[in-house]
Write a protein of this length. Structure first.
Length: 418
């Protein structure tokens, strides 16, 4: 059988071949223009899927990096505020130390009181710090609520909550971006342990010229802690050699009940008491310094203090007579509170610094991973220019050859041979 190829069929084949080569050249020109080897899924279906996965991961990293920027801004604001609080507490302590000086004139003590009020107001301003978005830094999750406001009685109330805000900086990594104000200002550890001393002058209080102060007061079970009163009295007792010596004795009252009377006070051991009638009763450990005969002190249960209340105590005692031992003891208690507050703030600042280090490490990991993904994506998506130029030259030569062949084919006719 003889197959005949029509002129129309040859024309169609040559046209298709010409158009295909023109398309290949156009595609190569487009790749050279964009610098991309894979622009659509049709260019390389397998690589296109992988490239899309890389793009999604890079988008996720961009979101995490934005969260890191926001977290860093908030943490830096918080760290700066806590540093200011430390400076404020240090300056307040120096003023209170100056007020304990008995040689100060009344005008000086009034001036110190005014400075204490100014320092307290400065501390309040720091406690109500805001971040770059206008959110209160120390309000917990109540970021739109002013955390600290002064009540009519002069006390400082906290109006935020006890929660912390968090930022997600990686798939399974969340970091704190705030600290609640009660944690910083109203839950400062009590420097004495589990009880706070309450000083007063005269009967049932401190004697003239007394320097009595509490060193420590702890209980093994704070849940059962009750108010305590301790009084001291120096008496004459007969020694083993028959001589009379002075001995400091104490009376201990717990919850309004006298539990120990006329007991010898050991300055090294202090007072150790455990209710003998109760098998698992709490053990009290109390230590005092500079005891004078006739002194009496009250202790109230408290494991934490409000630093604003402590500063207010200093303000309230600022203009009391220098001859008042209770006023001096209260000021000394304020100094102990400020020392505890400074240590507490330093610990909170350290916590913020630890979080900032974690955020920085996470950012470095994101940048490293981002570089790896970009390199991998580039290897699949970007164009090899030298290879593409060689391909383009070959395609141009092939196209020219096809065009010449097409031109010659159009001129073929049997009439040329008649």
């Amino acid at each position: 059988m003889i197959n005949r190829v029509s002129t129309a069929s040859q024309y169609q084949n040559l046209t298709s071949n010409l158009m295909r080569k023109q398309g290949e050249l156009n595609q190569t020109n487009g790749q050279l223009s964009s610098g991309k080897r894979v622009e659509t899924a049709g260019d390389d279906p397998v690589s296109s899927v992988t490239i899309q996965n890389y793009r999604q991961q890079l988008t996720q990293i961009d979101q995490y990096n934005s969260a890191i920027t926001l977290a860093n801004n908030r943490l830096q604001t918080m760290e700066t505020a806590i540093a200011g609080i430390e400076d404020n507490l240090g300056a307040t302590k120096q003023k209170v130390l100056g007020m304990i000086n008995g040689a100060m004139a009344s005008n000086d003590r009034t001036a110190f009181k005014d400075e204490l009020i100014s320092l307290r107001d400065g501390l309040l301003e720091l406690a109500n710090s805001r971040d770059e978005a206008g959110n209160y830094v120390f309000a917990g999750n109540q970021s739109d609520t002013k955390p600290f406001m002064e009540a009519t009685d002069g006390s400082m109330g906290y109006h935020g909550d006890s929660q912390s805000r968090y930022a997600q900086i990686d798939k399974s990594v969340n970091v704190k971006t705030s600290l609640p104000g009660d944690q910083l200002f109203t839950d400062v550890p009590n420097s004495y342990g589990d009880y706070r001393p309450v000083f007063s002058d005269g009967a049932g209080g401190l004697t003239d010229g007394s320097k009595l102060h509490l060193l420590s007061a702890t209980t093994s079970d704070f849940s059962s802690a009750e108010a305590i009163e301790v009084s001291f009295n120096e008496v004459d007792v007969a020694a083993a050699d028959g001589k009379t010596i002075k001995e400091m004795q104490y009376n201990l009252t717990v919850g309004g009940k006298v539990v120990a009377a006329n007991q010898t006070y050991d300055s090294e051991q202090g007072i150790v008491y455990k209710d003998p009638a109760v098998a698992d009763s709490a053990t009290l450990n109390l230590k005092f310094g500079d005891i004078s005969s006739g002194d009496s002190i009250n202790l109230k249960p408290a494991q934490t203090i409000n630093i604003f209340d402590s500063i207010q105590d200093a303000i309230d005692n600022a203009e009391r007579p220098t001859s008042s031992p209770a006023a001096e003891a209260n000021l000394q208690r304020v100094i102990d509170d400020l020392d505890s507050g400074f240590v507490h703030m330093n610990q909170q600042r350290s916590e913020v610094g630890t979080i900032m280090q974690q955020v920085d490490r996470q950012l470095e990991q994101h940048l490293d991973f981002e570089l790896t993904l970009n390199q991998a994506q580039s290897g699949l998506e970007d164009l090899d220019y030298s290879k593409a130029i060689m391909d383009m030259n070959q395609q141009m030569m092939a196209l020219q050859a096809s065009q010449q062949a097409f031109g010659q084919t159009k001129q073929l006719s049997l009439f040329n041979y008649i």
